[in-house]
Structure formats: structure tokens, C-alpha cells
Design a protein around this ligand. Structure first.
Ligand code: S3P
Length: 167
């Protein structure tokens, strides 16, 4: 039995949301996406929340959403920053099973270059700035991410492969 919730953590574009859906399906659990929950509660998108209220406000909303899902029988895709603020990683660890999708920098950059308009932290960066930002953030965030119960070192993993690693 895998302890629930199963939290998928990792940098932006590491594939948390799409894997969460497939994994939840496979395990017959519900699937939650923390960013979607925050957006729904606020009645506006993440970009607008960042723009109008600032990052601190978003992080507080994120913390509240995390507390709310911590006891659910679900697969939960967290935001890229969720484990790295307050004592969120402690809460994640004591509440369920955490999986870090450790996708190489190069792969992340390739994905982020193509799909950054919805990500307020990187939406306006040049390519050089994006590289600097991702490198720096990964260095800062890795100590949190690496506390996960399982660290997946593949750019893409199937739900079945992941289940095999968790059981
Ligand atoms: C963030 C990642 C985003 C979202 C917000 C902040 C971050 O989630 O929570 O834009 O700090 O890395 P994704 O990882 O799902 O893009």
C-alpha cells in the first residue's frame, strides 16, 4: 500500500501535472493540482495573482491549499515552489509519499522556452536570463526537493514504472 496523498514535486515543466493525471487514473485515486485549486479559490489565474498581489500572497495561498490537501486520498501535483517555502516540505513528508521528478536542466530549459507565458516567474525573461534563473533556482531548491521519499532521475517516467518503484 502506497501512503497517500502521493505528492509529485519538481521544477516547473518537470511533468508533474501530466504524470499526476495518469498515475491517479492507474491507482484509482483522485487527481489534484495545487495551482488549479488556488486559481479556482481565487477566481483568477496564477499569473494574475502574482501580478496583482505579489509572490508573498501567492505563497500564503499555496500554503493554505497544501494544508487542505494534506489528508486527501489523491495524487497531487504541487507547484514548482511549493516544497521550498515555510515548512511545507516537512508537512509534505509527514502527510504522504513524495516523489521528486529530477529532470535535467537542459530538458527543463527546452520545455520552458516553449511554454512560459503561463508562468509568471519566467514569462518575461530572455533566453540568457532564463538559463541563469533556472540554474540558480535549481541550486536553491534542490535541498528541498531531494528530501522526497523517491527521486526519479528520468526526464519521463510512466505511471507503471513509478508504481513499481513505490511498491
Ligand atoms: C512556481 C511554479 C508554478 C506555479 C507558480 C510558481 C514556482 O507551478 O506554482 O507559477 O515557484 O516554481 P508549475 O511548477 O506547475 O509550473
Amino acid at each position: 500500500m502506497i501512503k497517500t496523498p502521493i505528492f509529485l514535486i519538481g521544477f516547473m515543466a518537470s511533468g508533474k501535472s501530466s504524470l499526476a493525471k495518469k498515475l491517479a487514473n492507474r491507482l484509482e485515486l483522485s487527481c489534484l493540482d495545487l495551482d488549479d485549486m488556488i486559481a479556482e479559490k481565487e477566481g483568477r489565474g496564477i499569473t494574475e495573482i502574482f501580478k496583482k498581489e505579489g509572490e508573498q500572497y501567492f505563497r500564503e495561498a499555496e500554503r493554505r491549499a497544501l494544508k487542505e490537501v494534506a489528508s486527501k486520498r489523491a495524487v497531487i501535483a504541487l507547484g514548482g515552489g511549493t516544497p521550498c517555502f515555510y515548512d511545507n516540505m516537512d508537512l509534505i513528508k509527514k502527510s504522504g509519499t513524495s516523489v521528486y521528478l529530477n529532470v535535467p536542466l537542459k530538458v527543463l530549459l527546452g520545455r520552458l522556452k516553449q511554454n512560459r507565458s503561463k508562468r509568471p516567474l519566467i514569462a518575461n525573461l530572455s533566453e540568457a536570463e532564463l538559463l541563469d534563473f533556472v540554474k540558480h533556482q535549481l541550486e536553491e531548491r534542490s535541498p528541498y526537493y531531494l528530501q522526497a521519499d523517491l527521486v526519479v532521475e528520468k526526464p519521463k517516467i510512466s505511471p507503471n514504472e513509478l508504481i513499481a518503484l513505490l511498491t
